[in-house]
Design a protein. Structure first.
Length: 100
């Protein structure tokens, strides 16, 4: 993922919240990590190199909760059908897990 994202990152461990890695996808300039829980709920994490601007935003669009978290190194977009509180917990665990 270092080659794609431009930074040394790890696949976050989300088992503490019941999510297991289901699929890894690598694209030109981006990576995708899909997680599923025991009820088959999907949580997806997209990664790419940052444009250098910091940003944090969370919103809901057509039933899909989206979190954008970007620092000076990496840009992440996280998506799943869940409450704002659950997204906040998953987003924090995923973001911190990238550097763990």
């Amino acid at each position: 993922m270092r080659r794609i994202v431009g930074a040394s990152v790890k696949v976050p461990d989300l088992t503490g919240m019941g999510y297991q890695v289901a699929k890894l996808g690598f694209y030109d300039g981006a990576a995708e990590i899909q997680y599923r829980d025991a009820r088959n709920n999907l949580f997806t994490l997209y990664l790419r190199a940052s444009d250098g601007k910091t940003r944090f935003d969370q919103f809901e669009q057509k039933g899909l909760r989206i979190c954008v978290w970007q620092d000076d190194r990496i840009s992440t977009v996280m998506a799943g059908t869940m409450s704002a509180a659950q997204m906040q917990r998953l987003a924090s665990l995923a973001y911190l897990g990238l550097a763990a």
